[in-house]
Design a protein around this ligand. Structure first.
Ligand code: ACM
Length: 514
């Protein structure tokens, strides 16, 4: 192999890649997910070695440059540096100025240089995730080098996302997941170019974010979980750490406080939020639809204003999610003015509202988004009001739905969702009257009634989240199940290298590539 490298080096410098080594990686061996818009194979390979540099053409790329060099150094043991003076050769160039949509990028891998050019720093970051998937899977492991070689097949890629919002939701209320778990989730999302993580921070069974002006929310409301476990919550410092970690990976955190229903934890913490002034017991079951904030009391709106104000201080992103689902014990004539008032509170802090599709019963404020999970007629009411829709159909995108009747974890009240079912749909074709222009994006929620550990979480999420990421990123005309399946089969090696406890579906074994 060494001989081949030396020969290749001298020959490549002269005529650029006419000779290939048998041991060189082939583009056809790689699995790019989500599939980029345009992929053209090129001659030659680029080899990352200890002399490779990351070159940035603008100071604002320093953050991503340092992020990439650390990522590469972590596995290779190299000490690759970020430089601002262009090297002669053997460098990865990060550049801005591409004329493309915001997260668009171009990636050009040649024997002497790799170029990632973005329309924004975000675009450059997305381009790096594509480059990562062209690298040997050992790049995913600390010290993965072990004498290996870091060759990347020549290719030219042009790419941009179909939807601006490509997200996932974690329910940290039914069962709590700590900061390290959330960071791992963010890391895994970033590999698939996802850009929003929605945290469901409060529900009947738990309140998970410290609110300094209402401290009993976490003292009492955060003290348990489904099944009576010990619960937990994020301090504001914890939460800032999550937000910053996500920002570094170009992921925006969307905090949700579900209301007026799904509020037993808050009602148990503060009796004054109940119409009868009495605090209910903490709740550790999995029923829904039995709790409501008292929509008639002034104190309720003071409470919401305080919570939103503190959340906004922790939230650089544009959205606050107000829940609004399954408020079965709030009469509609009270629910509607409540949702309208809460939208005004959120808007008064210059944030936009997202709420589950039921909020479309209220007059939606101009910047509001309805998250379609259950009723198409609600989503259509939102569109008729000029609002955008975030697409999360429970029958396709709910990651807690069981794969089939043998799945031990999860539930199946909406559907069994095998990998093909999770992949074979198009947000813009799902419901008549909801077209591409009405859609903000796609989000895959994981509810955690039955999920207690990261291992369990990963089993339900992977690999379905990967298919949802492709639906949200890749143009529908380029998506095809058999092609996706064969890429996913190749991608399993990377999931293993990452230590992901994914569901090894029978669909991935049938017709497995030799
Ligand atoms: C929901 O699944 N209740 C939004």
């Amino acid at each position: 192999m060494m001989k081949c490298n030396l020969l290749k080096l001298s020959v490549l410098l002269l005529i650029g890649g006419l000779f290939a080594c048998d041991s060189d990686p082939k583009l056809s061996e790689k699995a790019l997910i989500p599939l980029p818009e345009k992929v053209v194979e090129q001659n030659g390979v680029f080899t990352i070695d200890e002399n490779t540099k990351v070159f940035i053409d603008r100071p604002e790329l320093e953050g991503v440059g340092v992020f990439f060099s650390k990522f590469i150094n972590h596995s290779t043991g190299f000490n690759i540096q970020v430089v601002t003076e262009k090297p002669e050769s053997d460098y990865i160039a990060l550049e801005l100025g591409l004329d493309a949509p915001d997260e668009g990028y171009g990636l050009d891998v040649r024997p002497d240089v790799i170029r990632i050019k973005g329309a924004s720093t975000e675009g450059v970051f997305r381009g790096f995730q594509t480059l990562r998937q062209l690298m040997p899977v050992a790049i995913e492991k600390e010290g993965g080098f072990e004498g290996g070689s870091w060759k990347i097949p020549g290719v030219k890629i042009e790419d941009a996302p179909e939807y601006a919002y490509r997200g996932s939701m974690l329910d940290v209320a039914r069962h709590f997941f700590g900061v390290e778990d959330i960071k791992r989730y963010i890391d895994l999302m970033s590999l698939y170019k996802m850009n929003y993580l929605h945290l469901h921070l409060a529900d009947d069974q738990g309140w998970r974010i410290e609110i300094k002006s209402w401290p009993k929310l976490t003292e009492i409301g955060g003290s348990t979980a489904v099944g009576g476990g010990e619960g937990g919550f994020y301090t504001q410092e914890d939460y800032k750490e999550i937000v910053a970690y996500a920002q570094e990976r170009f992921i925006t955190i969307v905090p949700e406080i579900d209301m007026p229903g799904h509020t037993n934890a808050a009602l148990a913490s503060y009796p004054e939020l109940n119409c009868n002034g009495e605090a209910p017991e903490l709740y550790t079951g999995i029923e829904v639809g039995f709790s409501t904030l008292c929509t008639d009391k002034e104190i309720t709106y003071q409470f919401i204003d305080d919570v939103v104000r503190e959340l906004v201080e922790l939230t650089p992103g544009p959205y606050i999610h107000i829940g609004g689902d399954e408020s079965h014990v709030t009469p509609l004539e009270k629910y509607i003015p409540f949702i309208e008032q809460v939208q005004d509170i959120v808007n008064s802090y210059d944030k936009r509202v997202i709420g589950w599709d039921e909020i479309a019963h209220a007059a939606l404020r101009p910047s509001a988004t309805a998250q379609y999970w259950s009723k198409a007629e609600n989503a259509k009411m939102a569109v008729d009001q000029g609002a955008k829709v975030l697409i999360s159909p429970a029958t396709k995108a709910y990651l807690d739905m069981q794969y089939d009747s043998t799945t031990q974890l999860g539930l199946h009240w909406a559907a069994y969702i095998e990998l093909d079912s999770a992949y074979l749909w198009d947000p813009a074709e799902l419901e008549e009257g909801i077209s591409k222009d009405d859609i903000l994006g796609v989000e895959a929620p994981l509810w955690t009634e039955t999920i207690t550990t990261m291992n369990e979480l990963e089993y339900m999420v992977f690999p379905r989240l990967i298919g949802i990421a492709e639906i949200a990123w890749t143009k529908p005309g380029l998506r095809e199940w058999d092609d996706y399946k064969s890429r996913l089969i190749k991608h399993e090696e990377r999931l293993k290298a990452l230590g992901v406890n994914y569901y090894s579906s029978p669909l991935l074994k049938k017709g497995k590539a030799k």
